[in-house]
Design a protein around this ligand. Sequence first.
Ligand SMILES: C[S@@+](CC[C@H](N)C(=O)[O-])C[C@H]1O[C@@H](n2cnc3c(N)ncnc32)[C@H](O)[C@@H]1O
Length: 207
Amino acid sequence: MSAETHSAAHWDDVYAHGDTTRSWFQDQPHSSLRLFDAAGVSPHDGVIDVGGGASTLVDALLARRFTDITVLDISAAGMRYAQQRLGPDAQRVQWLATDVLSWRPLRTYQVWHDRAVFHFVTASRAQQQYLQTLHAATTPHAVAVFGCFAPDGPEQCSGLPVARYNAEGLASKLGQGWTLITHDRQEHTTPGGVVQPFTWAAFQRQT
Ligand SMILES: C[S@@+](CC[C@H](N)C(=O)[O-])C[C@H]1O[C@@H](n2cnc3c(N)ncnc32)[C@H](O)[C@@H]1O
């Protein structure tokens, strides 16, 4: 992975073409909410949506009366769509414009959510950095929910190569400190009508 392909400028350029036309756009974050429910996530939990961008997950969590929501993304332009959509409610959310791979968290969260971000982290050193940050940013017994391209999913997205996972592959990446709670498969349909298989998995941190 080069610094350039994961630069803020790359992602700002991608978002310059809009948010609802991006291949990953979804009206409702059904899979995320299903896994949150299966993992027993509650509105009292502090949640961070890593690489949340313009995602509608934040809208759904506010509607469910979550009070401690953080969205982190390398692209301020991506998050701006969500902020504008939410209007005054955007002030009820913490927004962090930073690279998750160099981020040093100042607090911990009970819930880590990543839809279609970890799969861009393909180099083993960067994966280690990501996993160290996941550990530093979460509480003991935290829940981590991942949505990644499935083994039969696309080989790249937004001009970048991706790693593809089944639930066992994700579990093996996270290591023994995380227990797989539940997983399923989603066939996401892009705004252009292309079907993209995703693996969804929820994990609980052991200690
Ligand atoms: C495929 S999009 C998914 C967006 C969002 N999770 C969703 O489901 O709508 C990938 C997102 O990850 C962000 N991203 C990519 N690399 C990142 C990094 N190193 N740190 C933080 N965000 C990153 C991009 O800006 C983009 O918003």
